[in-house]
Structure formats: structure tokens, C-alpha cells
Design a protein. Structure first.
Length: 184
């Protein structure tokens, strides 16, 4: 009887339904030869034990430089805002995998510093992502998420200069992300 009571109380401790959470993300991505790091904020709400919604915002100020079209000093800043849905593949427990899918908004600001002038353009577009993740409960109040996602944007998302079009639309950006959440 004691073992049954302990098991019942421990399972209840990991119940997810109705829990809210706020947290941070640290994404690392690779896109067309660029490597970049970012910082993000998120809010989580568990609609049920198997489904969670997660609005998030991420800012990417850094990336590795790459020679594009024979031009050095190609730089950009990126902002992303998403509404993701997470579908858990197991009942509530201390660690469980999930599938995620989301849609949102992406903004890129590109800059090229050339010998005699600079070129700067920006693009705003609809974006979507899909991926997998693993939610690990560190305690009743703290959790860690590890994710691998593929992100793409839709629409007129090209950089143009006098020699070529450098098109970014409909290409996938692969991203790994680690996040920490305080749940209440």
C-alpha cells in the first residue's frame, strides 16, 4: 500500500496539464555556410498532458563571416517570432520526447561593406519550423529542453546586388537549441 501511495504521488508531481512556464533559449544554427548564435525568450502553456503551446522570440546578432560572391564583410542580424506546438510522445514523466511545429515571422537585415560603398537591405517574411525535442524535468519548477529544428521562410527574401541575386527563400536553416524554463 505504501509503494502504491508513493507511486501515485510521484506521478502527480510530474503532471503537466495547466502548467505555465517562462524561459530562455540559446539557439545555434547553420545556414548556407554561416554559423550563428542567438538568445531567445519563451512562454509555455500545457493545454493537456500531451500538447503544449509555446510563443517564442529569438534574436541572432552574431554569425561567422563568409565570402559571398567574392565580397568579404557580409553581415546580418535576424529576429524570429514563432508560435510553436509541442506534441509529447509519452505520458508525463521526468524526461520525454516531443515533436514540434510552428509558424511565425522572420526578419533579416543584411549589410555588405564594399570598397567604395555599403549595401544594406532587409526582408520580413512568413516562416515555419519543424523539429524534435526532449523535455527534461530538473525539479518540479525547472525544466530543460533540447531541440533540433529545421526552419524556412516563404516569400520575397532575396539580397540583390549589381552582379547577382542571392536568394534565401525556401532554403532550410538547421538549428540546435537548449532552453531552460521556470514552470509555475
Amino acid at each position: 500500500m505504501t509503494l502504491l501511495m508513493v507511486a501515485a504521488f510521484s506521478m502527480n508531481g510530474f503532471a503537466q496539464k495547466g502548467m505555465n512556464g517562462i524561459g530562455i533559449n540559446v539557439p545555434v544554427g547553420v545556414y548556407d555556410g554561416f554559423t550563428f548564435f542567438g538568445i531567445g525568450a519563451k512562454y509555455q502553456y500545457n493545454i493537456s498532458d500531451y500538447f503544449r503551446i509555446e510563443p517564442s522570440f529569438e534574436y541572432f546578432p552574431l554569425h561567422s563571416k563568409k565570402k559571398v560572391g567574392g565580397i568579404d564583410d557580409y553581415d546580418y542580424v535576424s529576429l524570429k517570432a514563432f508560435l510553436n506546438g509541442n506534441i509529447f510522445l509519452m505520458s508525463p514523466r521526468p524526461a520525454r520526447p516531443y515533436i514540434l511545429a510552428g509558424a511565425g515571422f522572420s526578419m533579416w537585415n543584411y549589410s555588405r561593406i564594399l570598397t567604395d560603398y555599403s549595401l544594406s537591405e532587409s526582408s520580413e517574411c512568413f516562416a515555419y519550423n519543424v523539429g524534435v525535442g526532449y523535455d527534461i524535468r530538473l525539479s518540479h519548477s525547472f525544466a530543460m529542453q533540447i531541440e533540433a529544428t529545421a526552419f524556412s521562410s516563404v516569400g520575397d527574401n532575396a539580397i540583390k546586388d549589381s552582379d547577382e541575386d542571392y536568394v534565401h527563400s525556401n532554403k532550410f536553416l538547421f538549428m540546435g537549441r537548449i532552453g531552460f524554463t521556470y514552470t509555475f
